[in-house]
Design a protein around this ligand. Sequence first.
Ligand code: HEM
Length: 367
Amino acid sequence: MEIRKATHYKDYLKLNDLLNSQKLLSYENGKNCHDEMLFVITHQVYELWFKQILHELYSVREIFKTDFLHEGSLSAAVSSLNRIEKIQGILIAQLDVMETMTPMDFLEFRDLLVPASGFQSAQFREIEILLGLKLSTRLSGHSDLIIGQLAESDREKLLHDEQEELLPELIERWLERLPFTENERYVFWEEYQKAIFEMTEEERTQVQKNIFLTESEKLSQLKSLQENEDRFKALFDEDLYKKTREFSYAALSRKAYLNALFILLYRREGVLILPFQLLTCLSNIDENFSRWRYRHALMAKRMLGDKMGTGGSSGHKYLSKTVENNRIFQDLVSLPSYLIPSSRLPKLPLFLTENMNFKKVASACLS
Ligand code: HEM
């Protein structure tokens, strides 16, 4: 039997390549800026974590591509997404280290980088795309800027990637398959509508009878209640729902959206525990992305003030706009608008709760 050659730590991790990959422009140019090492290493560490995030995202995508999704696979998807969340935590925290560099120390070598910029990170864009944020659907002006900054080979690959099935579409398909809310014996949404409209009526009466409110305060609160009721109505009417969607980035079909809502409402029923964890992870990843964007925008302001970026954008101004406009799972994030207190939730019929908590049936239903 052939004896396997012992692997050495430095070979296994390719440390010769890794540790010889810090090419400091300021040293090559005789300026010897101490902080450039921190700048390069921080970016490289980010790119390594981006690679890990992509590894997890591709695995989740493969899981959701199948038409039969059993509990074990769903659990693996949740683990991957949870891992991404934790990595994002590191990515955000890492900016603290970057900020130990002062703006003056950064200025010392910044010009040597032009026109290199995080703008050109193909892995960052690949992550965005897999999560459904296409290059072509950004705020006006941003798409051209972003696409124009990419290296040609990256641009071709990313524009091709956009045509593939992305995570939101796969999640939507899976959500649409959730079987519990409508069948010949029971239509959950009829019960839910009743509960909502009863609740709104009670709230309306409470406002009208509240002696501590002025007339204008009453009017303003009644207006909010009406808006809330209209939002609910749009949820239960296909045409109204479509119209609402036209004005937002949200993309889930009504069926998928309602099923996601059902998962949130009955998250403690056996078969919905993992789906609930999955939706929570997706919302958290979206939020963490925005957190990173906001934190990075603040850092750009601190380092550059109102100067433009090395990639040619308006710098801090551009980055701040991406915080709210580049949300990924807008639909999931907006779901809480449609929640009602547990005490008001319709009680599910016994045949349904038995199905939802019976293991064998449960795994079949999740597929
Ligand atoms: C001194 C530190 C940094 C400054 C001042 C800075 C500044 C900027 C600016 C101004 C932009 C806008 C594009 C441009 O015109 O260049 C940008 C984009 C970007 N930067 Fe940074 N950055 C810094 C560190 C980092 C680090 C450590 C990363 C980690 C990979 C990073 C990743 C990115 C990414 C991914 C974008 C594109 C964001 C988007 O288009 O939504 N940056 N950065």
